[in-house]
Design a protein around this ligand. Structure first.
Ligand SMILES: [Zn+2]
Ligand SMILES: [Zn+2]
Length: 413
């Protein structure tokens, strides 16, 4: 028993390290600032013990904080679920349908991918989220998405409290003259008897918290919409990219195959129930998945192997049509690009018109890829890879003159 408890303590200590990272530190600071200011302002604006409305407002406020932290810490500490090190499929014949992970010394189960940050193969990996300093995947998908819903809701409530507090406090101090409106921050003119005096610094703090809450509502709300799409289609952002490449591959080889994405169960409600359950634990063991009737367990992994064998398609080639200076949130590339900048520490790369890129992953407004470099740089082992806005590039079709020329070159060699 003592061995077990020391083991658990060790495990917990190890997991607590996840908090020592800029993501959780910033996220928890924002939660703390917004919650504290909302509680203090509620006391000034809507004293909870005098009226039912005040009590409800206060209880709801505490409720948001508790629910947000509950889902946040679960997303972080429950984690996505990792494929056991050295994992092999039950049926040895299935090995030929799966990729092997050299780091984990095991096969990659369907829907799993190796995360370089976590250094493990992650079950149904969607992405590595720096805000929880962990991957978003199979086991924590529901907690993660609930957090993304609750945080904006809590922030909207806090925003209302901040606005009402500032409005009522300022209104009580405004004096109207013939040609001027004066705000007297020294005293409240009308009789409210506030429990905490609303000073200039309290006003500044409220304004600051208001900005934080508003920003969080917009940014996290957008992430919630993205994750809901992932859940309702039962297709992670990585799988969406595999599907895009599958269509490219089929179009290029004109094989006449029809690629059916295997994990979309056909109805949004069915897909939703896979992730959100009453017990909090999602359906399935993270290795075997329910699939479309025309597919089998290895439909997607076989497609991945085909793509791997077919390097040309694995990295779809793009031509740069617009310069990009490499900043995280480029204002000049449109509002959607600005707000959907990938939440990762991976680098962005500068682009100059005319350059070529091998793209390996993408989200709606951004892509990730390798710059096609000159022969000398390639030989020297130089690699320039990172994210860039999707609107700065256009896809090179396989039958373009440029591509055909390259093929001929190869034949001659
Ligand atoms: Zn791995
Ligand atoms: Zn990860």
């Amino acid at each position: 028993m003592s061995i077990l408890s020391s083991f658990i303590k060790f495990e917990n200590l190890h997991e607590l390290k996840r908090l020592c990272h800029w993501g959780p530190i910033i996220a928890l600071t924002v939660i703390a600032v917004c919650s504290t200011m909302a509680v203090l302002d509620s006391i000034i604006w809507f004293w909870p013990l005098d009226s039912t409305g005040g009590s409800i407002n206060f209880i709801m406020l505490i409720n948001w904080t508790v629910l947000i932290l509950y889902n946040y810490f679960n997303a972080m500490f429950v984690g996505p679920g990792y494929i056991p090190l050295g994992w092999k499929p039950e049926n040895p014949q299935d090995m030929c349908y799966l990729q092997f992970c050299r780091v984990c010394q095991g096969y990659k189960a369907p829907r799993s991918h190796h995360c370089r940050k976590c250094n493990r193969c992650v079950m149904k990996m969607d992405h590595h989220c720096p805000w929880i300093n962990n991957c978003c995947g199979h086991l924590n998908h529901a907690y993660f998405t609930s957090f993304l819903l609750l945080a904006p809701l809590g922030c909207i409530h806090a925003t209302v409290i901040f606005v009402m507090t500032m409005y009522t406090q300022l209104y009580d101090r405004i004096s109207f003259g013939w040609s001027s409106v004066r705000i007297d921050m020294s005293a409240v003119k009308r009789d409210h008897r506030p429990i905490i005096p609303f000073s200039v610094s309290a006003f500044a703090a409220t304004l600051f918290a208001f900005g934080l809450a508003l920003g969080t509502t917009i940014a996290v709300g957008m992430l919630f919409v993205i994750q809901m799409k992932v859940i309702l289609r039962n297709k992670t952002s990585i799988e969406a990219w595999i599907e895009e490449k599958a269509k490219d591959r089929i179009q290029y080889y004109q094989t006449g195959e029809e690629f059916i994405f295997p994990y979309d169960l056909g109805s949004k409600w069915e897909n939703f129930k896979q992730v959100f359950t009453w017990s909090g634990t999602p359906e399935g063991d993270g290795v075997e998945w329910p699939v479309h009737e025309k597919c089998h367990q290895h439909t997607l992994t076989i497609e991945q192997l085909k793509q791997k064998a077919d390097k040309r398609v694995r990295s779809v080639q793009y031509r740069v049509i617009e310069d990009y200076n490499g900043v995280c949130c480029p204002l000049s590339k449109g509002v959607k690009t600005f707000f959907t900048t990938p939440c990762t520490e991976e680098p962005r790369i500068k682009l100059t018109k005319g350059e070529m890129i091998f793209a390996t992953r993408s989200i709606k407004w951004w892509m990730y890829g390798d710059k096609v470099l000159g022969e000398e740089q390639t030989k020297a082992g130089v690699r320039i890879r990172g994210w860039f806005p999707r609107r700065c590039v256009e896809k090179c079709l396989y039958d373009t003159a440029n591509d055909a020329a390259m093929n001929e070159e190869k034949k001659e060699k």
